[in-house]
Design a protein around this ligand. Structure first.
Ligand code: FAE
Length: 547
């Protein structure tokens, strides 16, 4: 059953006090035909999205970290909330009986409206890896701008559906550079702990790490880092370690140990669906409309805001355009989604009073990837857990924090692979191209050079010490650096610039930003814990003063 089919019959009779979501399954037809089991519907779940003409107290655009924190806390405070999500619900198995596709076997579920995959690792041993797929509203968006491809999650749960689950709190001494106008004592005393607890963040058992075959690659990474004098540290994550131990023992279906990650994890990972959104469901005050995309927000004649929403089918086509009103609107569409919406709304006169900071301060969190070719006596293992657990911290000396990442190919590669987060000073800006009717980003490919230089402070030294070389076959032919992408878009509606110090947009009462767009371009580590903690801080103040 897809939510388009259900829309007209149930829209008007829906109580806002029930949790409602469409299935949005790509392979819904197969499920109906009995070729795949349908996920058991939650008792409070019905396949009815928001109806045209509806009025809601609060509308949240997006169901990632910021949006989920806002919806949960508002609902707990007694406010009814409607969440609008352009991606699918991801609650229904496909023809293979699984909700999510495997990273090594991308299919129609894997990419957002593409006819050919665009995998972050495009090549292996020089051979291209991408393949043709049907154009569907899949889970991973590889959104291309002039100088950079920005990877983002699409669906109920946002980036938590596709990300590596690395849940890192930045070192406190770096916080002043990350969010200079936010009280660090409050963040480290209250909001980071609240976020870590809400997300279910834990660290691997070091004894198991030392013995598990699936972390041989990380132990090799640790050994090489330490032999070159770099500190290795365990990176916390949102994976159920007990489940992973059972995967290793062969007693449960495998997920992290079967290479699942980029296109979703069928087991083990505590995505937002299993944490914040599970708690959101329990409040009974929140409804969610998947496959609904907000296109316009403008002041309503009688107060509040008029919101235009396109309902999509799984081919990405608009099936109906809805108009709803909301007293308050939270932009939680992610750094790129929120920035694109806001620059468009300002430029086209829907929200002309937004200030000139809109679209500015966007950064890539200094992401750059590389691989090293190890000696034959340093194998990294056939089975690699897709959840990274270790990092190399050279931030203070070299401006780089490198995750020791897996290459879960299922074969021995003798490769060590890394995602580095670096101190890159460049910031880009979103602007509105009126002729093309779309937002553009002025990032330039050459701006990755400081990130490459920072990563080299670690890996040149390790290569020299180990007598090894960089892999040149992973990102093209004879290309060392994965400098074409980011997984960590940040900024575009920066805190205390485009908004006040709690995310209230300047120029309009009742409009808020509550996602990664608030953070000015870099968090020194992986960003979702900081996005969650900042959202916890801001929503607490907004509930106390604005509702
Ligand atoms: P996000 O989670 O992106 O949620 C925004 C939601 O809004 C999405 O579901 C969109 O589909 C939806 N949306 C956008 N526009 C609209 C619209 N117009 N109407 C309706 N809905 C809309 O935002 N971070 C870490 O900390 N650790 C990691 O290990 C890690 N690994 C990553 C791996 C990958 C492959 C990727 C792509 C990201 C990774 N990240 C990681 C980044 C992390 O997932 C990201 O910073 C957060 O998801 C951003 O949270 P937001 O709440 O800002």
């Amino acid at each position: 059953m897809n939510d388009t089919a259900m829309q007209d019959s149930e829209t008007n009779g829906v109580s806002r006090r029930r949790f409602i979501t469409g299935t949005g399954s790509l392979l819904g037809a197969a499920a109906i035909a009995g070729h795949a089991p349908r996920a058991r519907a939650d008792a409070r779940t019905a396949a009815a999205p928001i109806g045209s003409g509806a009025h809601v107290p609060v509308l949240v655009i997006g169901t990632g970290y910021g949006g989920s924190v806002a919806a949960l806390r508002l609902a707990e405070a007694g406010t009814d909330v409607h969440m609008v999500e352009m991606g699918m619900a991801w609650d229904t198995p496909g023809a293979d009986g699984k909700i999510f596709a495997n990273t090594t076997r991308p299919d129609d579920r894997s990419f957002w409206l593409r006819t050919r995959t665009k995998q972050p690792l495009s090549n292996f041993l020089g051979f291209p890896l991408d393949k043709d797929v049907n154009r569907r509203t899949g889970i991973l968006d590889a959104e291309e701008f002039g100088g950079i491809t920005v990877y983002q999650g699409r669906g109920v749960g946002g980036g938590s559906l596709v990300n590596g689950g690395m849940a890192v709190t930045p070192r406190r001494e770096h916080f002043g550079a990350i969010l200079p106008t936010v009280n660090a004592a409050e963040m480290y005393g209250t909001y980071y702990p609240r976020a870590n607890s809400g997300l279910g963040v834990t660290t691997i058992d070091p004894a198991w790490f030392d013995s598990a075959d699936c972390y041989q690659y990380a132990r090799v990474g640790r050994k090489h880092a330490q032999r070159s004098g770099f500190p290795f540290l365990f990176v916390p994550a949102v994976y159920d370690w007990d489940y992973m131990k059972q995967e290793a023992a062969g007693t449960v279906p495998k997920s992290a140990l079967d290479g699942e990650i980029l296109y979703g994890n069928n087991h083990g990972k505590k995505s937002l669906q299993k944490t914040y959104i599970e708690r959101i469901r329990a409040t009974g005050r929140v409804t969610i409309s998947p496959l609904h995309k907000v296109t316009k927000v403008t002041p309503a004649p009688g107060g509040g805001y008029t919101v235009l929403i396109d309902q999509l089918d799984t081919g990405g086509r608009t099936t109906v355009t809805k108009t709803v009103t909301a007293d308050k609107v939270f932009f939680a569409a992610g750094s790129v989604g929120t920035s694109k919406l806001l620059v468009g709304l300002k430029a086209t006169g829907a929200l002309p009073l937004l200030n000139d900071e809109i679209g500015r301060g966007w950064g890539d969190n200094g992401n750059v990837m590389c691989g090293r070719a190890n000696h034959l006596w340093d194998p990294t293992g056939k089975v690699q857990s897709s959840i990274p657990t270790g990092g190399i911290d050279n931030w203070d000396a070299g401006g780089a924090f490198a995750e020791i990442a897996p290459l879960p190919t299922g074969i021995e590669t003798w490769a060590s692979f890394y995602l580095s987060i670096t101190k890159n000073p460049h910031r880009a800006r979103f602007t509105w191209n009126a002729a093309a009717g779309k937002a553009e980003l002025d990032w330039r490919t050459a701006w990755k050079q400081p990130s490459i230089d920072a990563a080299k402070t670690i890996f040149d030294k390790i290569n020299q010490k180990e007598g090894t070389i960089y892999r040149t076959d992973l990102f093209g032919t004879y290309k060392i650096w994965g400098d074409h992408l980011t997984y960590h878009p940040l900024g575009g509606a920066v805190l205390d610039k485009a908004t006040d110090n709690y995310g209230r947009l300047h120029g309009y009462w009742g409009l808020y930003v509550i996602d990664g767009a608030l953070i000015p371009g870099n968090t020194s580590v992986n960003p979702f814990v900081t996005i969650t903690a900042l959202a916890e801080r801001n929503i607490e103040r907004i509930i106390a003063t604005d509702l």
